[in-house]
Design a protein around this ligand. Structure first.
Ligand SMILES: Cc1ncc(COP(=O)(O)O)c(C=O)c1O
Length: 446
C-alpha cells in the first residue's frame, strides 16, 4: 500500500497542529492515513487505499458513511435553511420528545455539543441538585476531556491524570475499580454523605470492552438511592447502540437518575445531551439555578441529523442488522482464536466488538466459554480470568496490538481502533461479505 500522500499531509500537519492531529487518539504510528471520503462501510484515504471501517468515527456512525436517503435529505434541507439561529426550533423539541419516548430514564433533555460537555454539565447538575461535591468514577472509564474525571489513584491518594488540572479537583473525585462490590461499599460507608453521584459507563467501552458482572449496576443503583446520591450513566457510546432505542439502561434494566448521550444521538454531527427526570433536569438554568448554556446547543442541523437517524432506526431493521453482523463477527473471531491464539479473548455485545490480547494461559478444557464475546457469565470456564476492570485490560499485550496487529490489519484493508482499549463498531452499511472478508484477514493476521 502506498501512503505517500498521507505522509506528506502529516508532515504539513505537524507544523500547524500539535502532534499533527485534532484529537490525540488519531495520531496513529508511524503516521495516520488521511481520509479523503467514506463509501458505505469503507473509507478511502488520500492515496486511494480502501479500508473496511470498524472505527466508524469512534461510534457516531450507526449507518456507516452512506446515510439513508431520508436522513440525508433532512440534513440537507435543514442546512439549506441557514445553519443556526440562536433561537429555539421545532426540530429540537421533536428530537427531545423522541428521546423521552424511548429511553426509560428520560423525561427531559438538554442538548449540548459534545460528550465531554454533556458529562461536565451532568456532574455540575448532580453537585447542584444534591448540594454535595464528591463524585465516584470507574478506573479505566472515560468521560471526555474534563477536569473532574481525568483523575487517577487510589481512595486515599488521588491525583489529576494530566498536567494542567489543579490537584484540588482530585480531592473531589473517587476512582474505584469497575465490577468491584466491596470497594464501592467502603467508599459509601466512608463518604456517603458527601457523594453527589456515581458517574459510570454501563459498559466500559473505552477500556476493553468490559461488561458489568451480574448485579453490579443494580448494586450501584441501590447504593446511590440509599445514600441520597445520584446515579449517572454515561451512554455517550452505548446510547442508541447497545439495547437499540432503549439504550444500555433498557437492556440491563437499571434506570439511572441522569444519562449523558453523545455520538449517535447527533447522527454524525457534534452533539451531547443530558437527560433524566424532569425533577432533576429542571435544575438547569433557566428553570433552575445550575448554570448551563451554549451558542451551538441544539444546533438545528445536528438535531435534524439525529432525529431523522433515530426515526429511521425505529422504522427499519437497523439494530437487527448491526447486531446480527456483530454477533457473527464475534463468533467468527472466537473460532479463529480457539485455533490460533487461545489465550486471547473476544469481548463485546450488540454491534460492538474487540479482541483483548490477554496474557492468561488458556487451559485445554474450555468447552463452555462465551461463543459470541465475553458476557461475564458465571458458568463460563473463563469467568474468573476474563477482564472485570479497566486495569485487567491494561495488562494485555497492548504494544502488540498497536505496533503489529493494528498495522497488519490496516495494510490488509481493515481499519480498527489503533489501541487495545477502544471499542469497534459494526454499521448498517456493513454486509455479510464485509464480515467474512474481515474474518479471513483476522485469520491471516492473528
Ligand atoms: C463514554 C464517553 N463519554 C464521554 C466521551 C466524550 O465525548 P466527546 O469526545 O464527544 O467529547 C466519550 C468519547 O469517546 C465517551 O466514550
Amino acid at each position: 500500500m502506498n501512503h505517500d500522500e498521507s505522509r506528506a499531509l502529516y508532515d504539513r500537519a505537524l507544523a500547524v497542529s500539535p502532534g499533527g492531529v485534532n484529537s490525540s487518539v488519531r495520531a496513529t504510528q508511524p503516521y495516520p492515513f488521511f481520509i479523503e471520503r467514506g463509501d458505505g462501510a469503507a473509507v478511502i484515504d488520500a492515496d486511494g487505499n480502501r479500508y473496511i471501517d470498524y472505527v466508524m468515527g469512534y461510534g457516531p456512525l450507526l449507518f456507516g458513511h452512506d446515510q439513508p436517503e431520508r436522513v440525508r435529505a433532512a440534513i440537507q434541507s435543514q442546512a439549506a435553511d441557514g445553519p443556526m439561529y440562536g433561537a429555539p426550533t421545532r426540530i429540537e423539541v421533536e428530537h427531545a420528545e423522541f428521546v423521552a419516548r424511548h429511553v426509560p430514564s428520560v423525561e427531559m433533555t438538554r442538548f449540548v455539543n459534545s460528550g465531554t460537555e454533556a458529562t461536565v454539565s451532568a456532574v455540575r447538575l448532580a453537585r447542584g441538585y444534591t448540594d454535595r461535591d464528591k463524585i465516584v468514577v470507574m478506573k479505566g472509564g472515560y468521560h471526555g476531556a474534563q477536569e473532574s474525571t481525568l483523575v487517577e489513584g487510589t481512595l486515599q491518594d488521588t491525583e489529576p491524570s494530566t498536567p494542567g488540572i489543579p490537584d484540588v479537583f482530585a480531592e473531589y473525585t473517587i476512582p474505584v475499580p469497575f465490577n468491584d462490590f466491596e470497594t464501592i461499599e467502603t467508599v459509601f460507608e466512608d463518604y456517603g454523605e458527601d457523594i453527589a453521584a456515581i458517574l459510570t459507563e454501563p459498559i466500559l467501552a473505552n477500556n476493553g470492552i468490559v461488561l458489568p458482572v451480574d448485579g453490579y449496576l443494580e448494586h450501584l443503583r441501590e447504593l446511590t438511592a440509599n445514600h441520597g446520591a445520584l446515579l449517572i450513566f454515561d451512554e455517550v457510546i452505548t446510547g442508541f447502540r447497545v439495547g437499540g432505542l432503549q439504550c444500555a439502561q433498557g437492556k440491563f434494566g437499571v434506570t439511572p437518575d441522569i444519562t449523558t448521550f453523545g455520538k449517535i444521538i447527533g447522527g454524525g454531527f457534534p452533539v451531547g445531551a443530558i437527560g433524566g427526570d424532569a425533577d432533576i433536569i429542571e435544575h438547569f438554568t433557566p428553570s433552575g439555578e445550575v448554570f448551563q448554556s451554549g451558542t451551538f446547543s441544539g444546533h438545528p442541523v445536528t438535531m435534524a441529523a439525529g432525529h431523522a437517524s433515530l426515526q429511521y432506526a425505529a422504522e427499519n431493521d437497523v439494530y437487527d442488522h448491526v447486531n446480527q453482523l456483530g454477533e457473527r463477527l464475534r463468533e467468527g473471531i472466537t473460532d479463529i482464536l480457539a485455533d490460533q491464539a487461545p489465550n486471547y479473548l473476544v469481548v463485546g455485545t450488540d454491534s460492538m466488538f474487540k479482541t483483548i490480547f490477554t496474557k492468561r494461559r488458556a487451559s485445554s478444557q474450555e468447552a463452555d466459554v462465551c461463543q459470541r464475546g465475553c458476557q461475564q457469565r458465571e458458568s463460563c470456564a473463563r469467568y474468573t480470568e476474563c477482564p472485570k476492570t479497566g486495569s485487567d485490560v491494561g495488562q494485555a499485550e497492548t504494544e502488540r496490538w498497536e505496533r503489529i496487529f493494528w498495522q497488519e490489519m490496516k495494510d490488509r484493508g481493515i481499519f480498527l481502533t489503533a489501541n487495545q482499549f477502544e471499542s469497534q463498531f459494526v454499521s448498517y452499511s456493513h454486509t455479510e461479505e464485509d464480515i467474512e472478508k474481515t474474518l479471513e484477514v483476522y485469520k491471516e493476521t492473528i
